[in-house]
Design a protein around this ligand. Structure first.
Ligand code: SF4
Ligand code: SF4
Length: 129
C-alpha cells in the first residue's frame, strides 16, 4: 500500500476530555479509550468540588479504520486531526493497534531529537518494530 493511501489520525491529548463521542460515532468501533476521574484542581475559591476525566489510553485499531474522518468531524473539542503517513505496514493485524498517547510521546521525542540536530532515532529507540 502506498503512503498516500496510508494516512493517519493524530490525537491532541491536551484538548481531549475523554468524552467518548468519537468512539461512539466511529462506524468501525475501532477507537478504544480508557480514562479515570480525578478531582479538578483549577476551581475558583468557594466552587463546589467536581471531577474531571483523565485520559489513560486512546487506541486506534488501524486494521479496522476506514479513514472516514467522522471521529475528527464529531470531536467537539478539536482534539483529532489528520496527520501525515506514520502508520507503518505491519505483517500482523494485531500490531496495527496504536496507543495515540504513546505515539504523541514518541513524536515529541523525535521533535526534540531533531531540534538538537541529531540524526533520526532508530525504530527500536522509538518503540517501533
Ligand atoms: S476515521 Fe472513521 S473509522 Fe477511522 S477511527 Fe475515525 S471514525 Fe473510526
Ligand atoms: S471526541 Fe474528542 S474530546 Fe471526546 S474522547 Fe474523542 S478525541 Fe477526546
Amino acid at each position: 500500500m502506498s503512503d498516500r493511501t496510508h494516512g493517519s489520525i493524530r490525537l491532541l491529548p491536551d484538548k481531549c476530555t475523554s468524552c467518548m463521542i468519537c468512539a461512539r460515532e466511529c462506524p468501525a468501533w475501532c477507537i478504544h479509550i480508557d480514562s479515570h476521574p480525578e478531582a479538578a484542581t483549577d476551581l475558583p475559591a468557594g466552587a463546589r468540588q467536581r471531577t474531571v476525566n483523565v485520559l489513560d489510553r486512546f487506541e486506534i485499531d488501524w486494521s479496522l479504520c476506514m479513514y472516514c474522518g467522522i471521529c475528527i468531524d464529531e470531536c467537539p473539542f478539536d482534539a483529532l486531526e489528520w496527520a501525515g503517513p506514520h502508520v507503518p505496514n505491519e505483517r500482523e493485524l494485531s500490531t496495527l493497534r496504536h496507543d495515540e498517547l504513546r505515539q504523541d510521546e514518541l513524536r515529541h521525542d523525535e521533535l526534540r531529537h531533531a531540534e538538537l540536530g541529531h540524526e533520526a532515532l532508530p525504530n527500536d529507540k522509538l518503540g517501533r518494530q
